[in-house]
Ligand binder design. Sequence first.
Ligand code: ADP
Length: 628
Amino acid sequence: MRKKQFKTESKKLLDMMINSIYTHKEIFLRELISNASDAIDKLYFRSLTDETVTLGRSDYSIFININKEEKTLKISDNGCGMTADELENNLGTIAKSGSFDFKRDGNNTEDVDIIGQFGVGFYSAFMVADKIEVISRPFGAEAAYRWVSEGADGYTIDECKKESFGTEITLHIKDDTDDEKYSEFLEEYRIRGLVRKYSDYIRYPIKMPVSRREKVEGEEDKYETVTTVETLNSMVPIWKRSESEVSDEEYKSFYAEKFYDFEGPAKVITQKSEGTATYTALLFIPKRPPFNYYTKEYEKGLELYSSGVMIMEKCQELLPDHFGFVRGIVDSSDLSLNISREILQHDRQLKVMAKAIEKKIKNELEKMMRTDREAYEKFFDAFGIQLKYGMYADYGMNKDNLKDLILFHSSGDGHKYLSLKEYVEGMKSEQKAIYYAAGESIEKIEMLPQVSTVKAKGYEVLYLTDDVDEFALKLLDKYDEKEFKNVTAEALDLLTDEEKAAEKTKNESSEELLGFMKEVIGKVSAVRWTGSLTEHAVCLSSEGDLSIEMAKTLKRMPGAETGIPNASVVLEINMNHPIAERLTELYENDKEKLTKYAKVLFGEACLIGGITLDDPKEFTSLVSELMI
Ligand code: ADP
């Protein structure tokens, strides 16, 4: 019989399959089962209008048979079948699937990626088989044809017999090599596992005769092989069932098995969408970040299905970074099984889905904050920092989207969490700004002299304990028209006009003293009297855009040794504290002692502001010296 040649492009693809180094060769089964399911779909749809097709929905099935002796794996269906011409055209070329860019050559890693994410249809079977036979008989025809190929050198087609319509594909599984154990694909447990993994939601039953050794009753030591036919797939995906039908327990165990998180999800989100994009999404918010969540190893993404068939395990395009912790599944009938990764990235449909999914997650989180505060706060403890980074990332592109999802501890009872909205709602009528203080911990922030000042006014203060916090708020600029004010930044503006005037006069009258102190301290941009402090003698505040905490953060970043400016720091001295008089007196009588006082006061201000002293030795000796 004359051997026919594959078309050039098909031959290249075939070569690639045969020599594939791809490690997940197992996807071939998914591809063949999907083809079988499509073929049944075709016949089923025909039956809706064509009276000659008398099969009911439940008459369709896909069979898998393993023959260990002959080393064959057979996949058969009772779908539409193929004519000789169709065998020739469909299996002799792959040109119609636009999925493959032949500008690339040979076995490079990108090819491997394509195989992994999308499979490449029927030809992927050549990754595991050295000979493939396809026997097919179209529905309504008498004749059947056999297509046989042993790889890239061509194929034959001849007429043959087949009892009933449909297609039967026999794979002659390759011999094991040192690197590859192809014989695994002749094991029942392996095939069952693969069907569960990739094809669990195929709409038609996938059946396989399964053999078991059973003891013969009444006879000692006698066993027989019993074969029963098992349906391997569960057919209806959990996300296709309506939410009211599925119990919490079912969601929980599905989530646990699928994402290996046995704690169960903090929240389940379902979404069904029709219109610009048709898809179903089943999403989960984990209770805790996976161990590698805050590292580069973590890969975000949702599992992507095309009508019940898994095509991608982690579709990153479906999730923005700030919601990267969400796990779940998206199933769409708008995507083709063999769409390539490159095409998918630019797919308009996928973008529409991603937008809608992002919105849904945001709405659900907002709802959770309103209706189940305790759960939301737990969620926030786990993933809040990600949301705050999200506000800051990409030049604040998503800040408005996220600003109502973030919480900060506050100076209120028990340092309870407040959203920005809640803070603003609780503001005093005359209060102009949203006050915050940044520091390493709630306890450290609580010690800041300026925090006492603002609290004494009856205003709440937000406590920013993560490095990213202040950067995020700076980008936000305002919330509900209210400015953010760092309490340790200059010009807190809490004094009455009268108090302000007194402060101004005092500063003007002691310019020389303050100038002297600035000079001897050497590390501050100014020394000033303040009327704002209540109990403390001194505090540090910053001038300009860069706050003290922000400068600290920037300096901690890798590679930041050079080029990061110091914040401009001002030493503020409480003009109502007894120390004020003492300093004035020393300026008149004992400048040497004043120098020491100035240095000690600056050290004190650093300590309470959470700033490490440059020269702790000098500071401690000065303190002891002044005691004598
Ligand atoms: P794709 O499924 O992307 O079209 P394949 O290479 O997997 O690419 O299959 C090529 C074509 O062969 C299919 O489009 C279909 O027309 C035909 N085909 C494959 N398997 C079967 C089958 N079991 N029954 C009927 N037709 C099939």
